[in-house]
Design a protein around this ligand. Structure first.
Ligand code: X5A
Ligand code: ZN
Length: 412
């Protein structure tokens, strides 16, 4: 029997194909099964993945003109990250998504008309008036360009989220400032003006019919604004891992505690993982992911995942005083990629050590681009971590079947 016999075509090199019938091989000859030769199939094209990145230098214009002292939320944060992407050869592998100014119509999905007007009007104020505005609010500074930067930051996150939701890119990183997660419905707060991630999530629901959004906030601070924006929304999970110190760490509100689980039809859709002290490490974060974040995320089964990706929990951050390494940020990104068919957006929030934020953001972007995260040591969570996770599971297990105990032996 020669290789040409049955269908007249030349046999392709030997490949094992599972057909449901037992393949018959004769020496090195092609597989013969069920009366037909099976030749090598055309290679299955791997769906190509693309990673978007948002950056616009005009977001550097928002700067502190009033205090002599260096302010941590500095314009160089985003340029330092961008330069690091470039130097590592990652920038050229990514698709630039242009930032644009958020519209009033979009901002109003989260904030009041008065808040939009307030931010818009700051660009016409005198220096003295700008200083007064800053003093009237909780932890902000304002210059004439603040409104522009804030509109670009929010619009940039929206554009990336939409590109990911539509499938133009698979995932992406929004290298934006000012940050957003402290911004309240009617006031700026904690270096934030518009709640970038919250507005973007609402735009996805309104404009692209996205139903379920999972927001993971790994900034060291609790995202008070984001929690409030979705507190009664059953289709948006807000899950935050933050330093709490018994409500003594910024923003210093008991609403960041683990007993705040959402309201109305949305009980269980707010998940707070509040660390009781500084100094938390990779193992503590990975343990939180393994025990709470990922089980809940799988059960919720979101259409897209957005990370409020502050890097102030990173090793070396002067405010956070935690020790999360770039490798752990890479692993958390990797785990989140397994959700929502890979639709994942990281949006910068805080993070105040330029080297720490740049190296952490780079580790995340490498994973978004398809690299494996760097090796982590063994997971040894601290006592405080295990106790915190126990408390979180205790309150959340009412709402998530993945957290219910399945076996209790009363004789143990
Ligand atoms: C976005 C962010 C921190 C505000 C700290 C105010 N804000 N003391 O990290
Ligand atoms: Zn922060």
């Amino acid at each position: 029997m020669e290789d040409m016999e049955i269908d007249g075509t030349e046999a392709q090199p030997y490949v094992l194909i599972e057909t449901g019938n037992l393949p018959i091989t004769v020496g090195n000859r092609p597989i013969y099964t069920n009366g037909r030769y099976i030749s090598k199939p055309a290679p299955i094209p791997l769906k190509s993945t693309k990673t978007g990145v948002v950056y616009d230098r005009r977001m550097r214009y928002h700067a502190n003109i009033h205090e002599e002292e260096h302010h941590p939320e500095d314009p160089s944060r985003i340029s330092s990250i961008q330069t690091t992407f470039k130097a590592a050869g990652c920038l050229e592998k990514m698709v630039l998504i242009n930032a644009r100014e958020v519209t009033k119509d979009e901002v109003r999905l989260v904030h009041t008309d008065e808040h939009w007007d307030f931010v818009a009007k700051t660009s016409a104020l005198s220096e003295a008036q700008l200083g007064k505005v800053a003093d009237d609010y909780n932890s902000i500074y304002v210059n004439k360009e603040t409104a522009l930067s804030a509109r670009l930051s929010c619009g940039g996150v929206i554009e990336l989220c939409k590109a990911v939701a539509r499938g133009d890119v698979t995932n992406g990183f929004a290298n934006v400032r000012p940050p957003g997660h402290h911004a309240e419905i009617n006031e700026p707060m904690g270096f934030c003006f518009f709640n970038n991630v919250a507005v973007a999530a609402q735009c996805l629901k309104r404009d692209l019919k996205i139903e379920k959004v999972f927001i993971l906030d790994w900034d060291i601070h609790h995202g008070n604004g984001t929690q409030k924006a979705f507190y009664n929304d059953p289709n948006v999970v807000y899950c935050s891992i933050h330093r709490y110190d018994n409500a003594n760490f910024y923003p210093g509100d008991p609403q960041a505690g683990h007993t705040y689980v959402g309201g109305g039809q949305a009980k269980g859709k707010t998940i707070n993982i509040p660390w009781p002290r500084p100094g938390m490490r990779d193992s503590d974060y990975i343990y939180a992911f393994n025990k709470v974040v990922m089980p809940i995320a799988y059960e919720f089964d979101p259409d897209i995942v957005i990370v409020s990706a502050g890097f102030d929990a990173a090793e070396g951050d002067p405010i956070g005083e935690n020790h999360v390494t770039p490798s752990a940020f890479g692993h958390m990104t990797h785990m989140l990629k397994s959700l929502a068919a890979g639709k994942l957006v990281l949006a910068l929030e805080g993070g105040y050590n330029l080297d720490s934020i740049s190296n952490s953001a780079l580790a995340c972007v490498k994973v978004l681009l398809g690299e494996h995260p760097a090796k982590l040591g063994p997971i040894k969570p601290s006592q405080e971590c295990v106790e915190t996770i126990y408390q979180v599971i205790r309150v959340q297990s009412r709402y998530w079947s993945c957290l219910k105990p399945v076996y209790i032996d009363s004789t143990e």
